[in-house]
Design a protein around this ligand. Structure first.
Ligand SMILES: [Zn+2]
Ligand SMILES: [Zn+2]
Length: 283
């Protein structure tokens, strides 16, 4: 068996053609986990060949809209895919306690009349409502989900003033995959990713945004400078570094190479992938 990591979205809150909102799909055998659910996540999941009803759980990193705005689409598309003859278990949503929990629990509320009309019309046996499972974010890794041979731990990361915000580590028999979520470069992710086979990390080229943003310092403070991230990946000894949530969004190969050069300048000499949507790595 193998473990596959697929970037379902490499984008940010700012619209960019071809880049869906943030998301990562991790598969080990029949176990299928999605991390974050931004714009067009559901479309990208379908483009991987996944049936939405085969998704085992969704884990959410934090409540910023770019990571959650696709949730209603995922829940209702999964429900419609199941069709009236199939019993549908609620999708487990693993989410840190706080605003993200409330958003997950209420995301279908504006759609109640529409859901009721479809149910009456077609006779669905189930509802699209999720199984929201919140947990207290902590500064040391805590197991938040276990499915067959796959364990998922969460740890608080540094995205203040957005709290809680967490990163995740997925451990399978094939190895470990760490997903940073949105964060400044921090000790928490460094410890979590020590020896990881794959680190999926957000990347922010501080050097490239100074002229683009009215207040680049505010954004730089809660995102990960690419040079500093190269240092983290080197110290942690990660096998493959996948850069996503790319700021500024690369549009050419030269733009992508600029991310890699900064990672190298930070000290990391391993494999770097500047992600496009649907890029996949197998370990
Ligand atoms: Zn974000
Ligand atoms: Zn964020």
């Amino acid at each position: 068996m193998s473990t596959t990591v697929t970037i379902t979205g490499s984008g940010t809150p700012i619209m960019e053609p071809g880049r869906a909102g943030p998301g990562v799909l991790v598969r080990h055998g029949e176990t299928t986990l999605q991390f974050d659910c931004g714009r067009a996540t559901t479309l990208r999941l379908t483009e991987t060949g996944l049936r939405l009803t085969n998704l085992d759980a969704l884990a959410v990193t934090h409540h910023h809209s770019d990571h959650l705005v696709g949730l209603a689409d995922l829940l209702m598309s999964r429900w419609l895919e199941a069709n009236r003859d199939t019993h549908l278990d609620p999708l487990p949503i693993i989410v840190p306690e706080g605003i993200a929990t409330r958003l997950a629990a209420t995301t279908l509320d504006p759609w109640r009349e529409e859901i009721a009309m479809r149910s009456d019309h077609v006779g669905y046996a189930s509802t699209p409502d999720p199984d929201v499972r919140s947990f207290a974010a902590t500064s040391s890794p805590t197991e938040v989900l276990r499915l067959d041979q796959v364990a998922v731990e969460a740890v608080s990361v540094r995205h203040e003033p957005v709290t809680p915000a967490v990163g995740y580590r997925v451990t399978t028999p094939d190895g470990t995959v760490v997903i940073s979520g949105d964060t400044a470069v921090c000790d928490e992710v460094e410890k979590l990713s020590t020896g990881a086979d794959v680190l999926v990390h957000e990347a922010f080229r501080t050097s490239a945004v100074a002229d683009l943003l009215s207040d680049p310092k505010a954004l730089a403070a809660y995102h990960s400078d690419t040079v500093a991230l190269g240092g983290l990946a080197h110290r942690a000894g990660v096998g493959i570094l996948i850069l996503t949530h790319l700021i500024p969004s690369p549009r050419t190969e030269a733009d992508k190479e600029a991310f890699v050069e900064e990672i190298r300048a930070g000290g990391y000499g391993g494999e770097v992938l500047v992600a496009d949507d649907l890029d996949s790595i197998t370990v």
